[in-house]
Every structure is written in structure tokens, then in C-alpha cells.
Design a protein around this ligand. Structure first.
Ligand code: ADP
Ligand code: MG
Length: 340
């Protein structure tokens, strides 16, 4: 027999939305760090315990949230980043959907402590199951600290699907490294079980971040690339054909500083090496493509990792040709270095 139609309650709505935004502990780290970056932080410290379900804490020195806005920040669709759909055409922030905090809050115990530069006192907000448990004024440094405990305790099915501590933390650490590559001027620190496991220098040098992520030997060997036309400006580092990996984990692709997954972009990178590298090997690349946000759509999936380009073929052709030129030029330079 068909049941009566009804509107779901807000907690249930949040938990369903959370299924898309908060797939695993890694997603929480990514969303919180992206908020810190959007807040203009220069230092971001991430602390994880176990596989991330016990504790994830992200502390930043960014703009902070005003005490009177703190309770609004955790409501569904609450954002300071856009006001109209047209704003997506000029979007300069990583977030815009106003979904991360309410989604995470519906599947964990969350605490936010925050203070803006122009306010003497900050505020602390504690939430469980989307419900405010405590809100008080407090002294604290400028910036925001978000602490997530007992992730997925309200959604046991999701909890059950998590992998071992090694796998979940490996994914987190991989993502933090990638996020560090997007912002060389920001100092990232990742701590796990009281140990610092990753630190980026935050001195503005992309090569230095690459060294902290992939090791200085690799960083030294990569060749800088930079090219543009009237629509696209591409910059980053590229390995030469003698330095490849047997998986694509060393390929970091960004669109306006946002880490994305794109088969097409990976294929363009692969094509640019033609037959210079063996089949099933991957060059190392860290590339950022700057283009007008009106030329792509980032609102394809709540995780914002997928992108639809408006002139995809044109971009791929341009990228392949220019990268290929960079590879051929880079090899020439290498030969000159070897035989002066
Ligand atoms: P979105 O990032 O899509 O706007 P979120 O749910 O992630 O949505 O965050 C809601 C709002 O809370 C943000 O728009 C921002 O104003 C504020 N906020 C969240 N995290 C921070 C932070 N670390 N520093 C400053 N403001 C923050
Ligand atoms: Mg956000």
C-alpha cells in the first residue's frame, strides 16, 4: 500500500544531503580546509585522530565568523560567498553552496570557535545532530577552529563502509598535499596521532611545496611551464619523459586553483607526450589553468571536483599543443645542460 506523502524533517534532509557532500573523513577535511582558504588563511593546521571519525580539527587564522553570524553559518544554504546564480560566472571562492557545515553537523558532533579581527571576543558553538547544544562568548585567537568528533555516529551505514585507518588517513594526507599545492603562500600542517606528518613551507614557491609533497629530487627535475592565449593562462611544473610514474597520483590538475578530476585533461597531458613515454606510464604534472569562471560549470556535483567546460575541444587542443612544445623544448634544454 502506498504511504502518505510528507515533507521530510530538516535533520533528515541534512543527512541525505550529507551523503553527497560528506562521503568519508577525507570530504570533511577538504570542505573545512576549503573554507579556511576562502577565509584568506595563511596558516592552516589539520589534526586527525584514527581514521578521522574520532577527531578532525581544522584551525585557521583567516577572517573568522562574527559571533552574531555563527549560528547562521551552520544552516542549510547559508553562505557569504554568492547571492545570485549569476555570481557563479565570476566565482572567486572554492565554496558557494552553503552545504558543508550543515551537512557535517548532521552526521557528527561539531564545535566551532571563531573570532574576527575587529571583535574583542569570539564565540563557541556546539552542535549535535544538527541541534545547537551550546553557544557562548569566549576569548580566542583571530580565525576559526572547527572540531568534528564522532563522524557518522548518526549514520551507521556510512560508518560501516569506511576502510582501515591507513586507507582513510592516506586519502586525507593525499588531499591535504594537493590542497597545499594549490596555495604555495599558505602554510599547511597535518598532524596525525600527535605527530606532524606533513608541512608545507608557505613561502609562495610552488617548487618548494612540490618538494615537500613529492621529495626534493623530483622537485628539482621538474620543468616550469607557463603559456597563455586570450582565454587560458596555464602555469605549473612538468616532468620530462625520463621521469614518469606507473600511476596517475602524481598528476595534480587545477582550474583557478581548484583541484579537479578530469579524464579529458589527463588525456590532454598524455597526448602531449605522444610516444615519448611508454604506455601505462604517467608524467608528473602540477598544472593550474586560469580561465573565466563563465567558461565552465563547477556546479555539476556537490563535491565540486568535476567540471564541464564550455569549449572543451578548444581547451584540450591548446593544452596538448603547448605542453608538447614544453616537453620538446625541455628536452632540448636538458641536452644542452648535459653537453655544454
Ligand atoms: P560555503 O563554503 O559553500 O559558503 P559552508 O557551509 O562551507 O558553505 O560555510 C558556510 C559559511 O560559513 C561560509 O560561507 C562562510 O561565511 C562561513 N565559514 C565557514 N568556515 C569558515 C572559516 N573557516 N572561516 C571563516 N568563515 C567560515
Ligand atoms: Mg564551504
Amino acid at each position: 500500500m502506498q504511504k502518505r506523502i510528507k515533507i521530510l524533517n530538516q535533520l533528515c534532509i541534512n543527512q541525505i544531503a550529507a551523503g553527497e557532500v560528506v562521503e568519508r573523513p577525507l570530504s570533511v577535511v577538504k570542505e573545512l580546509v576549503e573554507n579556511s582558504l576562502d577565509a584568506g588563511a595563511e596558516h592552516i593546521e589539520i589534526t586527525v585522530e584514527g581514521n578521522g571519525t574520532a577527531l578532525i580539527r581544522v584551525r585557521d587564522d583567516g577572517s573568522g565568523i562574527a559571533p552574531e553570524e555563527l549560528q547562521t553559518a551552520v544552516l542549510p544554504h547559508a553562505t557569504s560567498k554568492i547571492s545570485h546564480i549569476e555570481d557563479l560566472d565570476t566565482l572567486a571562492t572554492l565554496g558557494f553552496r552553503g552545504e558543508a557545515l550543515p551537512s557535517i553537523a548532521s552526521v557528527s558532533r561539531m564545535e566551532i570557535v571563531s573570532r574576527t579581527a575587529d571583535s574583542a571576543l569570539g564565540a563557541r558553538l556546539s552542535i549535535e545532530n544538527s541541534e545547537v547544544k551550546n553557544f557562548e562568548e569566549t576569548g580566542c585567537p583571530k580565525g576559526t577552529t572547527v572540531t568534528i568528533r564522532d563522524l557518522f555516529y548518526t549514520t551507521p551505514a556510512r560508518y560501516k563502509f569506511l576502510k582501515s585507518q591507513g586507507t582513510e588517513f592516506g586519502l586525507i594526507s593525499d588531499m591535504v598535499s594537493k590542497l597545499a599545492l594549490t596555495k604555495p603562500a599558505v602554510r599547511f600542517i597535518l598532524k596525525h596521532a600527535k605527530h606532524t606528518v606533513f608541512m608545507s613551507p608557505g613561502d609562495g614557491s610552488l617548487r618548494h611545496v612540490i618538494a615537500s609533497v613529492m621529495g626534493s629530487q623530483i622537485a628539482q627535475k621538474l620543468v616550469p611551464v607557463s603559456f597563455c592565449n586570450e582565454h587560458y593562462a596555464v602555469s605549473g611544473y612538468l616532468s620530462m619523459p625520463d621521469l614518469t610514474r606507473n600511476n596517475g597520483n602524481y598528476q595534480v590538475l587545477m582550474i583557478n586553483g581548484r583541484i579537479i578530476r578530469s579524464k579529458q585533461l589527463r588525456q590532454a597531458v598524455k597526448n602531449s607526450f605522444h610516444t615519448l613515454i611508454p604506455h601505462n606510464t604517467y608524467p608528473i604534472v602540477v598544472l593550474n589553468i586560469e580561465l573565466s569562471p563563465s567558461l565552465y560549470d563547477v556546479n555539476v556535483h556537490p563535491s565540486k571536483m568535476e567540471i564541464k567546460f564550455k569549449q572543451e575541444n578548444e581547451l584540450m587542443t591548446f593544452l596538448t599543443a603547448q605542453l608538447n612544445k614544453a616537453v620538446l623544448d625541455g628536452r632540448k634544454i636538458e641536452r644542452i645542460d648535459l653537453h655544454p
